[in-house]
Design a protein around this ligand. Structure first.
Ligand code: ADP
Ligand code: ZN
Length: 200
């Protein structure tokens, strides 16, 4: 039988590169919901330990209390009791988060999700593309390119690690525009993967 869909539920996605103001925008929306006396819960994955364990903290040092979660099931548990559910750094959660967010929206919740749309290689970063397809509202935030000052859509890794997830701030990443962004060389990763053999 089809699950009953309650009125008023929506998915809002805020996405863009690092330093583009995703966390600031999430904090702004959450604060307004609190002023409107709605029940709000803000969640962030354990992996993102930037600055403070029990708050969202933006690169501009804005803060909002948050609860850390390990899995998408935790998001469902904690989100059930709120009117508004904020989730930061959604790209660090498991793929089950897409169904969980759909379920919460179907329960009538306003779900506000922030996350990276691309990884450091410039590839779409799941589950954000899945969420963009399902969202009612989409905001793409841009940073300022540190090289030329134009709007920046890419996160440039300035260290040589090859893994997809390396948590860091300006010590590891820079905001760059399309023209100034340089894709990392495949050989950095394939050197490791192939035991030192060079690949084109
Ligand atoms: P995100 O969540 O997208 O990583 P935050 O909301 O945490 O971004 O931080 C945005 C803030 O980062 C900006 O308001 C600004 O103060 C700061 N900042 C640092 N570097 C840049 C940059 N290159 N472009 C824009 N903002 C930057
Ligand atoms: Zn540039």
């Amino acid at each position: 039988m089809r699950e009953r869909v309650h009125r008023g539920g929506v998915i809002e996605v805020i996405c863009g590169p690092m330093f583009s103001g995703k966390t600031e925008e999430l904090i702004r929306r959450v604060r307004r919901a609190q002023i409107a006396r709605q029940t709000v819960v803000v969640l962030k994955p354990y992996l993102d330990t930037r600055f403070d364990e029990n708050h969202l903290v933006s690169h501009s040092a804005q803060k909002a209390p948050s609860v850390r979660v390990r899995t998408s099931e935790d998001v469902l548990e904690l989100g059930r009791n709120a009117d508004v559910v904020g989730i930061d750094e959604v790209q660090f959660l498991d793929s089950g988060i897409v169904e969980v967010i759909e379920t919460l929206a179907n329960l009538g919740k306003r779900v506000i999700v922030a996350g990276l749309d691309m990884d450091f290689r410039g590839q779409p970063f799941e589950p954000v593309p899945q969420l963009l397809a399902r969202a009612e509202y989409i905001t793409k935030t841009l940073a300022i390119c540190v090289v030329c000052g134009q709007p920046a859509s890419r996160s440039q890794r300035v260290t040589r690690e090859g893994e997809r997830i390396v948590v860091g701030s300006t010590d590891h990443y820079e905001a760059r525009c399309r023209a100034c962004y340089q894709a990392p060389e495949e050989t950095v990763v394939s050197d490791v993967a192939s035991g030192g053999l060079h690949q084109q």
